[in-house]
Design a protein around this ligand. Structure first.
Ligand SMILES: [Cu+2]
Length: 203
């Protein structure tokens, strides 16, 4: 079949429009978090707060929290509300996982029990907030799961850097949570171009 030139030109123009629209309707926020009075700017969760009227489908893929050489890995994990976390035990000793509350709400405390090497336990986090993980076998073990209201979050690296990608264009509140520092927030506007936001967290 011969496609008239005018049709193919229109098709190309339509494709270009969709591509341009895609670029225009998603942006990214990147920046550096400075941690004042804290050991390190690593492991700080930077996230876009709840967007009124918007709900997000959690990923089918599970997040993984490991216990290895008596350490939770990673120390700070951020997930979207509803995400299932697989808790592993990579040590030859038994480990327990429990959290005494989520963001201070003791009704959301949960104990997954104690299990040996090679066994994993899964838990779906349906409540927004911070779950401080502990192991009742090893009192020095601690980690945090940050359950975010949107999929637009990142955890800072050792330099305090973060990038949040594929954010729809709009005006939001950008927040930061850290183990040691006070929470901070600031308004942010996401456009088609990358937005740079630098934050300072105080202990
Ligand atoms: Cu343990």
């Amino acid at each position: 079949m011969v496609i008239p030139k005018i049709v193919s030109a229109a098709a190309i123009a339509t494709c270009l429009l969709f591509i341009l629209a895609g670029v225009a309707f998603a942006g990214e926020i990147k920046g550096v978090v400075t941690a004042q009075g804290m050991r390190s700017p690593e492991g700080i969760v930077v996230y876009i707060d709840a967007i009124p009227g918007k709900t997000f489908t959690p990923p089918t893929e599970h997040a993984v929290m490991d216990q290895k050489k008596l350490i939770f890995i990673p120390h700070v994990m951020a997930i979207l509300k509803g995400t299932t976390v697989d808790f592993l035990n990579s040590d030859s000793v038994g480990h327990n996982v429990y959290w005494p509350a989520i963001s201070g709400n003791k009704k959301l405390a949960h104990n997954l029990g104690t299990w040996p090497q090679g066994v994993k336990k899964a838990f779906a986090f349906e409540d927004i907030g911070v779950a401080p993980l502990l192991c009742n076998v090893h009192s020095e073990m601690a980690a945090y799961i940050f359950v975010a209201p949107t999929p637009y979050f990142a955890v800072t690296n050792a330099q305090g850097e973060f990038t949040i990608k594929d954010i729809p264009v709009g005006k939001y509140t950008l927040k930061a949570w850290s183990e040691q520092g006070k929470p901070v927030e600031q308004p942010v506007e996401v456009s088609g171009a990358p937005t740079t936001v630098n934050l300072t967290v105080h202990r």
